[in-house]
Design a protein around this ligand. Sequence first.
Ligand SMILES: [Ca+2]
Length: 127
Amino acid sequence: MTFPLGATPVSDDVSLQINTDVTSGSGTDADIHARITCNNGAYSEDTLLDKDNYNDFEAGDRDTYLVAVDAKCDRLKTVTLSMRGGNPRYSDWKIQALSGALRGVKQPGLFRGDRWLTYGQSVDAQM
Ligand SMILES: [Ca+2]
């Protein structure tokens, strides 16, 4: 692939912080994916959120993941979390809060309605 002079392709990294609710049963062992969109149309692939040798998304956890966006992102627009893969047993997951940070600027996410996510489903946060 070639690019015109001066048109260096630039990508961005978004730091997603996700808090799992503290109440018993809020955690999950299913796989959680995130897809990010930006106001200027930049977006991320549907990215698995997983830390090596770590049990992600347990009750009371505050987990941070870096997600790569394909181009320069002007401002975060949406974050879609989806649950598929991993352990489908006892998979229901209660999200307490989500925020995204882009070049050090933090944006809180707003969920419409329920913050329980069940296997095979997805939920959108408006940023
Ligand atoms: Ca887990």
